[in-house]
Design a protein around this ligand. Structure first.
Ligand SMILES: Nc1ncnc2c1ncn2[C@@H]1O[C@H](COP(=O)(O)OP(=O)(O)OP(=O)(O)O)[C@@H](O)[C@H]1O
Ligand SMILES: [Mg+2]
Length: 384
């Protein structure tokens, strides 16, 4: 069945104790409605309705599925249900709050707390339309919080796999939350059957293109780097499959120099390394480095030449985690640097980065076990 725009449920419809107010969004796999629960609280209800597999005409409640599409529809339905169940067990201020899920109209509905706000995608577009760029302090604040939320997701053995500015929601109070775990169908449990996840070019890690597995927290970390890059540039990075044959990212990072701190740019480059093992391997590792960075400060003058000081690796030695050591040592994939260029200012900057990363790395090992236990404590999953 060809993809089409399916008719939304009619405004005012009562369903499982909720009253639909209006459709607020529709995507390829679902329709999202604003509704009220029995107590009059606003909720967002997401209806599983994959446009490529089902048809629902105006005035109808039940979708029609062609017999040939039934297996795919049912598999997706089961995944949507499982996704809702898993999310209902995650209680974190930076992850959308799933309150209920139920079956009706031959499909599945997920009930979320309604949050007023906007997506990060819209925020970026607004900034660019004003010829303004997304500031470093904003990026740091938003992503430090998002990493905490994503960590609680990974602790439930879920990967997001579709992280991008359109799936990051900014509440009106400015706090961010992760939305749309439509691709969170790939569990970290190797023994469970897996589905090929969907991906968004530019934001998707290269291993998602391979369809041969190898997915892990580092795959979401690639997308985090891509989302920060999109904040900086207003567009996603070059798609990972293209980068494999003709990587143009170094030139983009060169252009960003002077607009954002060296530390933040290096962090994004680290997340966007094509080789999964050379990226930060866990959110904990990423959080520690991000938190250890100096507070956002005035960007360096654009005229500063890119630089990596000689002997950086030698000075840091074994204090660095192996992936970061490999990354710093890999000329083509490392920071955009010109070894010949030296200046007191750039050396000082590089020293600062080196020292910061080194001390973060050293602390990482010591704090890991204790901190990991504390941070990952999630209330037991319970059916809402
Ligand atoms: N809990 C919520 N509160 C308020 N608005 C929400 C909420 N959840 C979703 N929305 C709105 O619906 C839009 C789409 O949501 P979401 O990203 O989950 O679905 P989607 O991209 O349409 O999904 P798919 O691509 O799987 O069909 C969001 O950008 C947001 O505007
Ligand atoms: Mg979405």
């Amino acid at each position: 069945m060809a993809a089409q725009n399916n008719a939304p449920l009619p405004d005012g419809l009562e369903i499982a104790g909720y009253r639909i107010v209006k459709k607020i969004a529709s995507g390829g796999f679902s329709i999202v409605y604003l509704a009220y629960d029995g107590d009059g609280a606003a909720v967002a209800i997401k209806e599983y309705l994959p446009a490529a597999l089902v048809q629902r005409l105006p005035g109808e409640l039940l979708p029609t599925v062609a017999p040939a599409d039934l297996p795919a529809f049912r598999t997706g339905l089961k995944c949507f249900f499982e996704e809702a169940r898993a999310l209902a067990g995650i209680h974190h201020p930076n992850v959308v709050s799933v309150r209920n899920f139920f079956r009706a109209h031959d499909t599945v509905y997920m009930v979320m707390a309604y949050e007023s706000g906007d997506t990060l995608q819209d925020y970026i577009a607004r900034q660019r339309s004003r010829n303004s760029r997304v500031g470093e302090a904003f990026i740091r604040s938003v992503f430090v919080q998002l990493l905490k939320g994503l960590r609680s997701v990974h602790a439930q053995k879920l990967l997001h796999l579709d992280l991008k500015p359109a799936n990051i929601y900014l509440r009106t109070d400015g706090s961010p939350m992760l939305l749309d775990f439509g691709a969170a169908r790939q569990t970290l449990n190797q023994d469970l059957p897996t589905l090929t996840p969907m991906y968004t070019p530019g934001y998707a890690a290269p291993e998602l293109y391979d369809k041969t597995g190898g997915l892990g927290p580092w795959s979401d970390i690639y997308s985090i780097g891509a989302a920060i890059f999109a904040c900086m540039v207003g567009a996603p990075p070059q798609p990972a499959d293209q980068r494999r044959s003709d990587d143009k990212m170094a030139a983009h990072f060169l252009q960003l120099q002077g607009q954002y701190s060296v530390e933040l740019l290096q962090l994004v480059r680290w997340c966007l390394v094509l080789e999964p093992l050379d990226r930060p391997q866990s959110l904990f590792a990423l959080q520690k480095v991000l938190a250890a960075l100096a507070p956002a400060r005035a960007a360096l003058p654009p005229s500063l030449p890119p630089h990596r000081p000689d002997g950086l690796l030698a000075r840091l030695g074994a204090a660095l985690p192996a992936p970061l050591r490999r990354w710093l040592g890999a000329g083509a994939r490392g920071p955009s640097v010109a070894d010949s260029a030296t200046s007191t200012v750039t050396s000082t900057v590089a020293e600062t980065v080196a020292n910061t990363v080194a001390s973060a790395a050293a602390r990482m090992q010591n704090q890991h076990n204790q901190q990991d236990q504390q941070d990952q404590q999630v209330p037991p999953a319970g059916r809402p």
